[in-house]
Write a new protein. Sequence first.
Lengths: 360, 360
Amino acid sequence: MPPSTAATGSTGTAAERDGRGATLDAVAREAGVSRATVSRVVNGSPKVSAEVRRVVERAVAKLGYIPNPAARSLVTRRSDSVGLVITEPAGRLFEDPFFPRLLRGISAELSAHGLQLVLLMPEDDDAEQRLERYLAAGHVDGVVLVSLHGDDPLPAHLQARRVPMVVGGRPPAGVTASYVDVDNREAARSAVRHLAGLGRRRIATIAGPQDMGAGVDRLEGYREGLADARLPADDDLVAIADFTSEGGATAMRRLLETAPDLDAVFAASDLMAAGALNVLRAAGRAVPDDIAIVGFDDSPLAAATEPPLTSVRQPIEEMGRELVRLLVASLEDAGRPARRVLLSTELVQRRSSAGGGAQR
Amino acid sequence: MPPSTAATGSTGTAAERDGRGATLDAVAREAGVSRATVSRVVNGSPKVSAEVRRVVERAVAKLGYIPNPAARSLVTRRSDSVGLVITEPAGRLFEDPFFPRLLRGISAELSAHGLQLVLLMPEDDDAEQRLERYLAAGHVDGVVLVSLHGDDPLPAHLQARRVPMVVGGRPPAGVTASYVDVDNREAARSAVRHLAGLGRRRIATIAGPQDMGAGVDRLEGYREGLADARLPADDDLVAIADFTSEGGATAMRRLLETAPDLDAVFAASDLMAAGALNVLRAAGRAVPDDIAIVGFDDSPLAAATEPPLTSVRQPIEEMGRELVRLLVASLEDAGRPARRVLLSTELVQRRSSAGGGAQR
DNA sequence: ATGACTCGTGAGAGCGCTCTCACGCCACCG
DNA sequence: CGGTGGCGTGAGAGCGCTCTCACGAGTCAT
């Protein structure tokens, strides 16, 4: 600690203030105007003469003034930040590029709106309770919820507390909030039709968690795809996993037992498809010749596996951006009814489901 | 909007307040004590009689009181949140599990200290300027900087503004701050010795960016490892990349041209090693028989490649936790000198560098 | 009984900002 | 020449909290 730099009145050379930063009041004195006027200039109000504005701006620059966010928040009742709540066990977060990509989209759009991102990853129920208080306290202006599982009480509680929120993916029943999703059902359906079009007849699926919208919808789409192709449904062809590669591997092993004659697999995520791929290789099944496989997400991983994965591309970054747009809109107009935004997908074909396999 | 719910005095049934939440004052009135006392109870001060405490707690519960964070911050000059600044181009963020893992560690430790995480990912210079103002304004109590590149002015600026900060990895010259790192030099050195011990004589390296501490240190360690094994240094054996798999692939192609006789590769990240692996496979070079390869990080990816990668394990989550510990310590004692924490690494051997290859 | 303490509590100032309202000024009209 | 109406500016009240300080009541030694 330097020995008390003394109070040299208004001498202070620019930003060399020690201790706390300059206040509105200091700027006002420096510029010879009132606090109100400085406030107007700082906040870009049009009702300030050009001359005064210049003087104030000079004072601001000279003192290195930066508004105190807490003081501002206290009166505006806004924090200019939003929370992103990710409730997902470690496993998937680590390996799935889904989250980083979503984050990127969210972050970019928030930045465009001058908002900051508070990342919240409750590790247990206790942390989730603290999280709820935190959000209810108004630390953030709104919340983006992603990767919701069916039994999570958080969205309902936030709704009760009137915390503005948007959800990534179809929210669980009972929760009405704006959300952004892709048409998982339709995407899965067309992926299965693609496999059927290749002549595959015993098409299995590695489905996602059945407590998540994406998991349920993609499984449903799979079933519809089978029906479209007039193929019989068969529970032996369905294995549920958790979106991780390890889960995908386990599911694939199970499928090889329950339905050894399968000739195609639709996996509800690329990660699970990659896990399945490893198992198939170890089992000596050739991909795509013996077994064709299609993933979901079109993550960078899909192009890097051997063989590369056919996959359903979803615009993850764009989902992030759209989530923020919805949230910002509801922040500006609280009475706004909840909206749903559905983004489109595209089947990206690669070698894992190339033609010339089992038939055709 | 409901037609003005009228002012029914102190009737209000519990948390059914409309509009803003209850204030300290309201709780004080409800409990029949002063604001100061309620404040003491809420903040767990010991100087409150058990009896009064009970009464106040009941009032708090009844009104569903949650302190207003802005008001509190205004007087305490603390935000109870810290910023995590990641300045890294999209590419690596997407594929490298490094960041999610680090995040996990940071988030867990912050949570243990009752701190929140503000995630900051400036996309361009403009955003970085805004970021600086944001941090200087005191929105956060301190900052964790990771993935610093040598030319980034941010750390120096933050230092000038006296923003408490810690750095992940060795900070660039001129910046003095506490930091957490692994002994990259020693780890790389022993990885190279491991390869030499296998009888490899033409050991190449795919090094990381030379504007980052980890990139420089691992390359240096590689050179020391060669010297240890009395192997000649050779610039043809060195290719610089950017820690991504694509970069690793490009570097590997270049190495195959400049040094077609190489029999081992030390890659400064698993991602780069994986990219190299693909190139080697395409080039018909058998791993580990023709060419042994060692990666760095021991990410989940390392175990999933074919063949699985020998890799230097670093305790990434623990690095995150330690970063937070250092930051918290310097928050509590501003005069505290900068410290360096070095965590240990471990070489995890897998098939990509199995014995029985070129020699031995 | 008196003074010296401790201990729990209340009064009140103040953190730095925004925003409403009032006011003075000038241009313009009748 | 007095009235009218913007328009730019200042005064001042708060936002909800913490924290210092003063104070009354009890405890104990003198």
